[in-house]
Design a protein around this ligand. Structure first.
Ligand SMILES: [Fe+2]
Length: 186
């Protein structure tokens, strides 16, 4: 039997079966997983494996084989659901890093709303890991990461608009995680 998808090992194996051809996206994924491990003290002990598994799988929906709507949080969540992944993992992937904002831009809010968003320490820490890691796995601070996304996607594009709107939400999740980790506020 394959290792459970909500464990770091099972999630890493699935990610490794789909993402390496994507180059930078794979580098980013590995770095986000490492960052989630470092940040795992921000969540309860029982949720640490789930956090790291979600980090491995958050961008799975970029794999061309999984493309349905072209909106990667939704395509990734649907694939995980088909594989029988645990509900919390599916929901975390569906809602990583402010997906509701981009779903709105893409006219996919109804489709995304099938998945409940858990507003939890785990989702905050997943946002923290993703939003402090650059597109090729670099270590970025939050503002650098925001600026990098806004430069990479054209003004007026769905991602550019969504990130602009999501910025306060994402920043608050990063700050809460930092506080939980005992970092000084920035
Ligand atoms: Fe993503």
């Amino acid at each position: 039997m394959p290792t459970a998808l909500d464990t770091p090992q099972g999630a890493a194996e699935l990610a490794e079966s789909l993402l390496p051809p994507l180059g930078n996206r794979w580098l980013h994924t590995q770095a986000v997983a490492a960052r989630a491990c470092e940040a795992s003290a921000a969540v309860s002990e029982g949720d640490r494996d789930l956090l790291v598994a979600a980090a491995w799988l958050h961008d799975l929906g970029y794999a061309p084989e999984l493309r349905e709507t072209g909106f990667h949080p939704l395509d990734g969540a649907r694939h995980l659901e088909r594989l029988g992944a645990p509900t919390r993992l599916v929901r975390l992937v569906a809602h990583h890093s402010g997906a509701v904002y981009e779903a709105e831009q893409r006219g996919l809010s109804v489709e995304l709303s099938v998945y409940e968003r858990e507003d939890s320490e785990v989702l905050d820490a997943l946002i923290y890991a993703d939003m402090t890691t650059g597109p090729a796995g670099q270590s970025f601070d939050f503002d650098q990461r925001m600026d990098e996304i806004l430069e990479r996607y054209e003004p007026g594009s769905e991602v550019h608009n969504a990130i602009t709107k999501a910025r306060p939400y994402l920043g608050a999740a990063v700050e809460r995680t930092r506080t939980r980790l005992g970092d000084q506020p920035t």
